[in-house]
Design a protein around this ligand. Structure first.
Ligand code: CDP
Length: 236
């Protein structure tokens, strides 16, 4: 497929905490593409709702008010000196806050609201207009970029995913239990898979990978091979 400068779109979808963000970020930095974490955008909208009381302490959402507030929620990504990006919510760096369990526990119902999805999908499509982008999420290969040249679908067992997320959060100093993380992973899987609007599913033309038993280096290598195939035209 020919694209401007031969730059393609790489869509990486999969279950929560499957390691797709790590895969996506590392590939993007190696090939010089922009990396966009679409989950961070759903998390930022959720944080806005929690901070403004439009999502209450029981995670009940005032959907109408949250939808009405969408035009005043501005999400940006700020590149960092170490090559990573921080998510900005109305100009404020919220990278650390959006990863907390408070947000993880509220995000999937927010991401199931059709108007929220429409607004964020439009932003994601605008970010990919020039191609040369690696984006990860739940519906990138199915809804955001159905024409992506390379689509990957990542899975791993719920226990493996919860263990990884637990380790990551403990390393960051968070006070969390493995059981709470596992419950959150299983709960989000369920909501993401069963929602009406763009449910999580593998696109028919996505390449599946289960990375339960793979190291980061092994998955990097696997993904780079898929990328080289996709850009050389030897496959797809
Ligand atoms: O990294 P992790 O798997 O914890 O989640 P994430 O990618 O940060 O996404 C957080 C939540 O946003 C997911 O559980 C989904 O409910 C939602 N999401 C979505 O619906 N569509 C996307 N493209 C990305 C995330």
């Amino acid at each position: 497929m020919s694209t401007p400068n031969n730059r393609i779109i790489v869509a990486i979808d999969g279950f929560s905490s499957s390691g797709k963000s790590t895969m996506a970020r590392r590939l993007a930095s190696k090939i010089g593409y922009r990396y966009i974490d679409s989950g961070a955008m759903y998390r930022a909208v959720t944080l806005y709702g929690l901070d403004t009381g439009l999502i209450n302490a029981d995670n009940l959402i005032d959907t109408e008010a949250l939808v009405a507030a969408l035009p005043s929620i501005v999400i940006d990504f700020a590149p960092q000196p170490d090559g990573s990006q921080h998510t900005l919510l109305n100009g404020r760096d919220v990278e650390e806050e959006i990863r907390r369990l408070r947000v993880s526990n509220a995000v999937s119902p927010v991401a199931a609201i059709p108007q929220v999805r429409h607004a964020l999908v439009a932003m994601q499509q605008a970010l990919g207009r020039e191609r040369g982008i690696v984006m990860d999420g739940r519906d990138i290969g199915t809804t955001v970029f159905p024409d992506a040249e390379l689509k990957i679908f990542v899975d791993a067992s719920a226990q493996t995913r919860a263990r990884r997320r637990f380790k990551e959060m403990i390393e960051k100093g968070a006070q969390v239990s493995y059981e709470d993380i596992l419950a959150n992973v299983v709960h989000r899987d369920h909501i993401d898979r069963t929602r009406e609007e763009s449910p999580l599913r593998r696109a028919d033309d996505a390449i599946a990978i289960d990375n339960s038993e793979m190291t980061i280096e092994e998955q990097d290598e696997w993904l780079m091979e898929r990328f080289l195939e996709a850009t050389s035209g030897s496959k797809h």
